[in-house]
Ligand binder design. Structure first.
Ligand SMILES: [Zn+2]
Length: 701
């Protein structure tokens, strides 16, 4: 007895200990930055004052800072190395004149200088040693001047092209310190961000005729807002834009200083271009009815597509608010960035969009990037460690937006003749929009070359970064929503939003809310589908009479896959779904009751909600021989599974990269090699309208 009591005491004590050890806390970092743009030499001169509050239970003797402009300093930065691995040699061969860096740092507390030390291999991280330990609950004010040479905008997310400026990850910024310790990290392409929340006051001085888009609200900015509104009124009257005119007007001799203020954000980005046209709109939020101002800014280049951009940004803000919780800020901006060749990138309040080629592409990228205000901006998960929590859940919302706004849209739209012809040739034009996410997953999952959803960003092959983090996460959350029903799913996501907004949620926090709110045990989802590459495959194997209830038939279901999850069965007549019933997980096999009716067949997942690896065993005909054989036309992607004469298999995939490229491509893979080790994937990404081959190859040895 006594022995037992001691054990109980010790286990309680260790439980208490581990709980206090891992109690949630969050540091607060407030910024005051005064910055001046020199658009002759492409430089920033700035002074930063940060107020850092230590809310952790422990005193801190030093702080990690990110100095990310140094990612562009030399060929062998962490960014340079990652790009080289992906066969991108731009940084490797770049002359010094177009590289970028941050220097002129002198960290101080009061008048006293602080010692700093650069991380051994990454000059874009440093440790700043404090004069005295910063006790729990106390704040310290740290100042430093800094100077940034802006790199040419051809390497990654920061830079300038001529006098068009994309100023991102540009200032000294403390890394996150949370219950797991410091999260210092070098800047990378494949792998995004994790930052502390705080308040930003940024004062930008630049020639007067620059149009600026930035995080935050203008303070005492009536004059600037009047000027932008006047440009917007003028833009609205322009019928045709001269897309060939991309020249820069001369910069004004006089300058202006713009003060932006924003609370509850974890980054500050700004963009400046003298050529921008402007459009202005307003959204009434669905829950609070509060009004939010929307802005779009764009050059002549694709102005004809941007004419309707206010509709896209407003609809995105509305639907994300409706499903997840109201947008908490006053303004939302999307702008046309000259830097990225396609795709887009998100920052708090503001997103930058690359060349789109067609209106649907532009709408998709704007809505996706605006959506990151929720999944990255407001819900500040660690994107480097759990990329699915931002990119994946955001991609799920992206698909939901398109299915909601364009319910009849197919895999291929009416966007271009070239697109239509390719999809006709591949015999896939009949599939739904969501198919592209499913294919993104299946292209590697079918060959067991996939990786789990829960994995660090840098550990993914480029194909899996798109196919798993974005695509598989999107379809598994869609599966979860189909199973729970939209109302319950939205209730979970809204509780997640309310409890974790302006914080750093972890995967277990999301799981806890879903399990509490639904009253269901969801390990098949959060452990099985998120943490493993286990596949789903349900088979309908036969039927028998239900002697206990003559209104039902009993259907024999075998779980041939490795996930014990819920599934649906539909009664189908003339190719139409008549009725659908969901079933809880069954283990290995069982008979399930289904209400009899006038059906041609019973089919598992007829609504295509479940990411099944094999759909050929999903159907049971109600009469005739060979009851479980499915007609060819109903086979899922049947034509894709037929090799052509040359043994070259083809699978269209949706191509993504770190900039969220939405281009569709073809992944060619040769599966006749004897060993997977020699298998290769070559995915030439083809931008249909610009006719650019933007391919990459990944070799597995
Ligand atoms: Zn994204």
């Amino acid at each position: 007895m006594r022995f037992l009591l001691i054990i109980i005491f010790f286990s309680c004590a260790s439980l208490l200990f581990s709980q206090t050890e891992k109690t949630y806390f969050q540091q607060q970092v407030n910024y005051n930055i005064v910055v001046k743009l020199d658009d002759k030499n492409h430089e920033l001169t700035a002074f930063e004052k940060i107020t850092y509050t230590n809310n952790s239970p422990k005193p801190l003797t030093s702080l990690y800072f990110h100095l990310w402009p140094n990612a562009y300093k030399k060929y062998n930065s962490a960014l340079g190395k990652q790009q080289l691995e992906d066969h991108n040699t731009k940084l490797y061969f770049a002359p010094d004149s177009i590289l970028g860096f941050i220097d002129g740092l002198e960290f101080k507390v009061g008048d006293e200088k602080l010692q700093i030390e650069y991380a051994p291999y990454d000059e874009d991280i440093c440790i700043v040693y404090l004069l005295d330990p910063l006790k729990s609950g106390e704040s310290v004010e740290i100042t430093t001047p800094f100077h940034v040479k802006i790199p040419k905008g051809i390497f990654s997310r920061m830079g300038h092209l001529g006098e068009s400026y994309q100023i991102t990850q540009w200032y000294p910024k403390p890394a996150v310190y949370d219950k797991d310790g410091w999260h210092q990290m070098p800047y990378l392409d494949q792998g995004e961000f994790y930052s502390e929340f705080g308040t930003f006051d940024v004062f930008i001085t630049l020639p007067k005729n620059y149009v600026v888009g930035a995080t935050g609200d203008l303070v005492n900015g009536e004059k600037e807002l009047d000027w932008l509104t006047a440009i917007a009124e003028k833009t609205a009257t322009i019928d045709s834009f001269d897309y060939k005119d991309m020249s820069f007007p001369a910069s004004s001799d006089t300058t202006k200083t713009l003060h932006y203020h924003q609370e509850n954000v974890h980054d500050f980005a700004w963009f400046a271009d003298k050529r921008y046209h402007v459009l202005k709109g307003e959204i009434e939020l669905p829950h609070s009815k509060r009004k939010v101002t929307s802005w779009t800014m764009f050059t002549n280049n694709e102005a004809y597509l941007w004419k309707n951009s206010i509709e896209y940004i407003n609809d995105a803000t509305y639907y994300y608010s409706l499903w997840n919780g109201d947008y908490p800020y006053n303004q939302v901006t999307a702008l046309d960035g000259a830097l990225s060749a396609g795709g887009g990138m998100e920052y708090p309040n503001i997103t930058v969009i690359g060349e789109s080629g067609d209106a649907f592409g532009l709408e998709t990228v704007i809505m996706h990037e605006v959506g990151h205000n929720w999944f990255y901006g407001i819900l500040g998960s660690n994107e480097r460690d759990h990329g699915w929590m931002d990119e994946g859940i955001n991609s799920m919302n992206e698909n939901r937006y398109i299915e909601t706004k364009y319910p009849t849209r197919k895999f291929v739209g009416n966007d271009s003749i070239a697109q239509k012809n390719i999809f006709k040739w591949l015999d896939i034009s009949q599939y739904s929009h969501k198919t592209q996410y499913e294919l993104g997953y299946l292209v590697n999952a079918r060959r067991n070359l996939d990786q789990p959803i829960e994995e660090t960003s840098a550990a993914y092959t480029p194909l899996n970064y798109g196919g798993i983090v974005y695509a598989k996460t999107a379809i598994v959350f869609d599966y979860l929503m189909a199973y729970l029903g939209e109302e319950l799913y939205d209730k979970c996501m809204q509780r997640y939003f309310n409890e974790w907004k302006f914080k750093h949620p972890q995967p277990e926090d999301l799981r806890k809310i879903f399990e509490e709110e639904t009253g269901k045990e969801l390990s098949w989802f959060f452990s099985g589908l998120i943490k493993t590459t286990n596949k789903i495959d349900y088979k309908i194997a036969g039927s028998k009479k239900d002697t206990s209830n003559t209104e039902n038939i009993l259907l024999k279901i075998i779980n041939k896959g490795e996930i014990n999850g819920p599934f649906s069965i539909s009664g189908v007549k003339d190719g139409k779904i008549i009725t659908t019933q969901w079933y809880e997980p069954i283990g290995n096999k069982t008979f399930v009751p289904f209400k009899k009716g006038d059906f041609d067949n019973y089919r598992i997942d007829a609504e295509l909600n479940i990411p099944e690896i094999k759909r050929k065993n999903n159907t049971l005909k109600t009469s005739g021989l060979f009851k479980t054989t499915e007609p060819i036309r109903l086979q899922w992607l049947g034509s894709l599974e037929n090799p052509d004469k040359t043994q070259l298999f083809y699978t269209p995939i949706a191509g993504w990269n770190m900039n969220d490229k939405g281009m569709l491509g073809l992944a060619f893979y040769n599966s006749t090699f004897p060993s997977k080790k020699f298998e290769y994937v070559l995915a030439p990404m083809y931008a249909f309208d610009s006719e650019n081959i933007n391919g990459y190859a990944s070799f597995f040895y």
